[in-house]
Design a protein around this ligand. Structure first.
Ligand code: FAD
Length: 325
């Protein structure tokens, strides 16, 4: 049976986040001939229409209200709710990003829906959409199907392949006026301060170079940053490194930090505590560098290098430079 699917597009610094395209791919898969609609918010929303349509949207609802230029819970909640009321979708997807994680439970609660969060795969079985999601901090996965009513899910970045861009596609674009009363906004964003220095978004990065307490100091991150630069990677960290004030908490990966699923994860001087593994064990290829051959990180690593990271990391950087730069 065909289903109409709504995807909330996530825009950061004027660029669509890749997870929005991944949501569109999942939406196209489950729509079975129904309409795939993307909703995009903010003053430059119309600038995103082409890309959304090239990646699977049949219809794009733009909400160009400037109150949506920066994410706030109240403004996004009201706009998203009004888009849902207008489009009446059977299925709703958002990325499992800071935005999706904040707004989706509120919408689900208001509409009396269940929410399947942090899904890593979307399939079909017996005519139902079946979601795969991690449990027990990523140690196991469950499959869940929603038995009745609207289906609402957040999808983890980097797990579902986006569709190849088809530039011959052109979606029907519609501007929606939404009502967001000034006095309903309890938060006012005055300034946006980014704590990550490089341009690669950690949660969507294809390659992550992460440092733990083994880097020993803030300066100890420098060799990792150099490797990351050569690889076009993002730099991440264990909580051990953050707690020791070697880097900012914005870099923390794990149960209480960011969840990443890159193609390549290079763990340097990280012991591999369960709380750290919760944030990275789904990475496609894991390389661990640790001077302790018994370190737990080696139990999840595809490739292990027993050695001092201050010797190994610069060597890797030099070798990668020969082939990449
Ligand atoms: P350590 O465990 O101290 O390991 C350092 C490693 O570096 C060692 O294996 C050592 O052999 C190696 N090493 C030292 N020097 C070198 C060298 N020169 N070259 C190579 N290797 C070297 N942790 C997270 O990471 N993310 C989370 O989200 C998180 N959430 C938590 C939530 C809760 C409720 C709790 C209780 C803990 C949480 N933790 C989290 C903390 C976690 O339990 C660990 O304490 C932390 O991950 C350890 O960080 P680490 O591996 O960098 O440090």
């Amino acid at each position: 049976m065909s289903k109409n699917v709504l995807v909330l597009a996530d825009v950061r610094d004027g660029e669509l986040r890749n997870v929005s395209l991944e949501c569109l791919a999942a939406a196209s898969q489950v729509a079975e001939g129904g309409v795939v609609t993307a909703a995009v918010f903010g003053s430059d929303a119309k600038g995103q229409v082409d890309k959304l349509s090239h990646h699977g949207a049949d219809q794009v609802v733009t909400v160009s209200n400037p109150k949506l230029d920066q994410y706030t819970t109240d403004a996004y909640f009201q706009a998203f709710k009004q888009v849902i009321d207008k489009t009446d979708p059977d299925v709703i997807f958002t990325g499992h990003t800071a935005v999706g994680r904040d707004v989706s439970p509120r919408i689900a609660a208001r509409l009396g829906l269940g929410l399947v969060s942090d899904c890593t795969a979307v399939d079909f079985s017996d005519g139902k959409i079946v979601f795969t999601r991690p449990i027990y901090a990523g140690k196991a996965f469950v499959k869940k199907a929603v038995r009745e009513g609207k289906v609402f899910a957040t999808l983890r970045p980097n797990n579902i392949a986006a569709l190849e861009a088809d530039t011959s596609r052109s979606a029907v674009a519609e501007e929606l006026e939404v009502d967001i009363a000034e006095d309903s906004l309890r938060t006012l964003v005055k300034e946006l301060v980014r704590k990550t220095s490089d341009g690669v978004d950690l949660s969507e990065a294809r390659i992550v170079v992460a440092g733990g307490r083994g880097v020993k100091s803030a300066d100890g991150f420098k060799p990792l940053e150099e490797l990351a630069e050569v690889l076009g990677a993002a730099v991440g960290a264990s909580r051990g490194a953050c707690d020791a004030e070697y880097c900012d908490y914005a870099l923390q990966i794990g149960q209480t930090g960011k969840v990443v699923t890159p193609d390549l994860y290079i763990a340097c001087g990280i012991s591999g505590a369960i709380q750290h593994l919760a944030g990275m064990s789904n990475s496609k290829v894991i390389v661990a560098i640790n001077k302790d051959p018994e370190a737990s990180i080696f139990s999840v690593a595809d490739y292990g290098i027993v050695g001092d990271l201050f010797d190994v990391v610069p060597m890797l950087t030099e070798e990668f430079k020969k082939v990449l730069v």
